[in-house]
Design a binder for this molecule. Structure first.
Ligand code: PEP
Ligand code: MN
Length: 378
């Protein structure tokens, strides 16, 4: 496929379960992955950063030993997450080939520095996942701290960003930030974690493909023998068979041509624009969801769709925002009108839809009188 990144085989594949759940589970998965030829590094979490207490938090030290067995029995190098200096220390003593900094560690420069101090000069690969929030500088800064400590090799993983606007994926891919990261640190191979971005098994392959098309250096994918029974991230893990099918299908993507996409300034800017357009549409969809909710409220409370005061206020606020953002007032007015007309159209549809048999004849005749407002209404 491609000539490869000077820092690792390309594409570079990291795969394995979200969590190490039992010795059998890791050994069984690792054997399958080793035989597939699509795994350069076996991953499994032993200390799991969980959002809520009381959920599975990993088997800790016991699982560290299971992973050592994976290494000696399959020959695959092994990796797990270190969330603080003490864990990094344990992993170095246990001769782990790689450790990764998770999204909840990269956000904290103190923790990153403490880990950097422990791994300074060590013969270990360190993988820096992006912080959970969409802060490119924080991600670059964390990578620089690790680079300064100079472990044997440094890689990064794009695992998506927390966003309350994201509707399709679990974490917003923000491809524009991944591209900017590659431009800022071209010497660091950037892998994509399609599992955490997608959050759903069915969406993992499309995210993986897109990442490789953008010229990313490889993938970190969650693979579990029985994903539905997984103790963490059950929805997003692939079976070994699904994983092999996915990466085999991705392989024909030429790394060389993908690389030239991100090498060209014009292409890079276009890719960033595509990513922002996706976000604009996602935001619009979210706005229209709220419009629908207001439509139902108006219908239930016999409030008319068109509220002139509210419309005046809306235009005034948007014009003020346009000025502050240095956008042409006419341009903003056109957009606001288009959004407003679509909102009225959707609310009218809600009014016309019979959700339950109408018993009140007054409401029925009122509904018949509601007609869509002419477009461009202001
Ligand atoms: C993981 O890889 O299992 C993990 C916890 O990742 P992140 O830190 O990206 O959430
Ligand atoms: Mn996970």
């Amino acid at each position: 496929m491609s000539e490869g990144h000077p820092n690792c085989a390309s594409p570079y594949f990291v795969a394995g379960p979200c969590s190490a759940e039992s010795e059998n589970q890791v050994l069984h998965t690792a054997r399958q992955l080793a035989n597939s030829g699509f795994c350069h590094l076996f991953r499994a979490g032993v200390w799991k950063p969980r959002t809520r207490p009381g959920t599975f938090e990993g088997h800790g030290l016991k699982a560290v030993h299971w992973l050592r067995r994976v290494k000696s029995e399959t020959g695959l190098p092994v990796a797990t997450e270190a969330a603080h200096a003490e864990q990094a220390h344990i992993l170095l003593n246990q001769e782990f080939d790689a450790i990764w900094l998770g999204a909840r560690t990269t956000v904290n420069p103190f923790l990153v520095q403490e880990i950097a101090d422990v791994i300074a000069g060590a013969p270990v690969t360190v993988i820096v996942k992006n912080p959970i929030n969409a802060d490119l500088k924080l991600w670059i800064g964390a990578t620089e701290r690790i680079l300064k400590a100079a472990p044997a090799r440094v890689l990064a993983v794009h695992r998506g960003f927390q966003s309350y606007d994201e509707r399709l994926y679990r974490y917003s891919p923000r491809w524009d930030l991944a591209i900017q990261y590659m431009s800022a640190l071209p010497e660091i191979p950037l892998l994509c974690d399609p599992s955490h971005i997608a959050g759903r098994r069915s969406l993992v392959p499309e995210v993986a493909r897109k990442a490789l098309e953008l010229g990313m250096a490889g993938l970190m994918t969650e693979v579990h023998p029985h994903p539905d029974q997984a103790l963490s991230d059950a929805e997003q893990q692939l079976t070994p068979e699904e994983y092999v099918k996915m990466v085999a299908a991705c392989s024909p993507i030429s790394g060389a041509s993908a690389q030239s996409i991100t090498d060209s300034r014009l292409e890079r800017l276009r890719l960033m624009i595509d990513s922002l357009d996706d976000e604009l549409l996602t935001l619009l969809a979210r706005r229209l969801d709220l419009v629908d909710q207001i439509g139902h409220f108006k219908k239930e409370n016999n409030i008319t769709i068109y509220q002139p005061d509210r419309w005046d206020e809306l235009r005034r606020l948007r014009t003020r925002m346009a000025r502050r953002l240095d956008l042409s007032p006419q341009f903003v007015e056109n957009i606001v009108d288009a959004i407003y007309n679509e909102s009225i159209r959707r609310q009218t549809e809600i009014f016309q839809k019979e959700t339950k048999p109408l018993t009140d004849p007054r409401l029925e005749s009122a509904l018949q009188e509601i007609k869509p407002l002419p477009s461009g209404n202001s």
